[in-house]
Ligand binder design. Structure first.
Ligand code: PLP
Length: 214
């Protein structure tokens, strides 16, 4: 028998609900399946490149041409210049990127502040790194950061704070003023800020997304 390293993590809510929806024929609003296919040009390009032999090992950090495109996209979106060779790493999705970032910096006994409710891969990633999650509830007023609670959660062992903006599941955005306030709190401390911005382009009401990188 293999003893689980994460005995408290059950089947994810996504699997449970999508299975239920399939079984009952319900409309599935529980997992982010678009009801349309990706852009044809993208699908064609992927097929073409795979057929043309671009289907082998890439450098560990990702193909240079792709890293350059990511850096150009960040510059276009946020006016921030990142070095494609030293500051961009390609991963197979955000969950893997988040996992790797947490494993890289969180050591046994470190504390990581995460805001509830949150994407359910954060806590197991912290636990597998030997860290401890300190859960901070988002404010019920617009799901904003609650700075009194953050101050109370910070300790000499805090190693990382995980942000998610635009937020799943509420859609709330963290404002520039909130980011400034957070920066004031952790400036000069050995704390990493991990910002999950996978929904950067899913913003409603014309309110701009503010990237931590910017
Ligand atoms: C906040 C958040 N981050 C990351 C992910 C997953 O990203 P990926 O599919 O690229 O691993 C999800 C998916 O639900 C999510 O809600």
């Amino acid at each position: 028998m293999i003893t689980s390293k994460l005995p408290n993590v059950g089947t994810t809510i996504f699997t449970t609900m999508s299975q239920l929806a399939a079984e009952t024929g319900a409309l599935n609003l529980s997992q982010g399946f678009p009801d349309f296919n990706g852009p044809q040009a993208l699908l064609d390009a992927v097929g073409q490149h795979v057929a043309n032999g671009h289907n082998q090992y890439s450098p560990m950090t990702g193909l240079p041409a792709l890293r350059q495109q990511v850096a150009a996209k960040i510059a276009r979106s946020y006016g921030v210049s990142v070095d494609p060779d030293n500051e961009v790493t390609i991963t197979p999705g955000a969950t893997a990127a988040i996992f790797c970032a947490i494993q890289a910096v969180v050591r046994r006994g470190d504390e990581v502040i995460i805001f509830d409710p949150c994407y359910d891969s954060y806590a197991p990633s912290v636990e597998l790194a030997g860290g401890r999650c300190v859960h901070v509830q988002l404010s019920l007023q617009g799901f904003a950061l609650d700075f009194e609670k953050i101050k109370a959660a910070l300790s000499p062992r805090t190693r990382m704070i995980v942000l998610n903006t635009p937020h799943n599941p509420t859609g709330a955005l963290i404002s520039r003023a909130e980011l400034d306030q957070l920066a004031d709190l952790i400036r000069d401390r050995d704390i990493y800020l991990l910002s999950d911005e996978v929904y950067e382009h899913l913003v409603f009401d014309g309110v701009p997304h503010v990237s931590v990188l910017a």
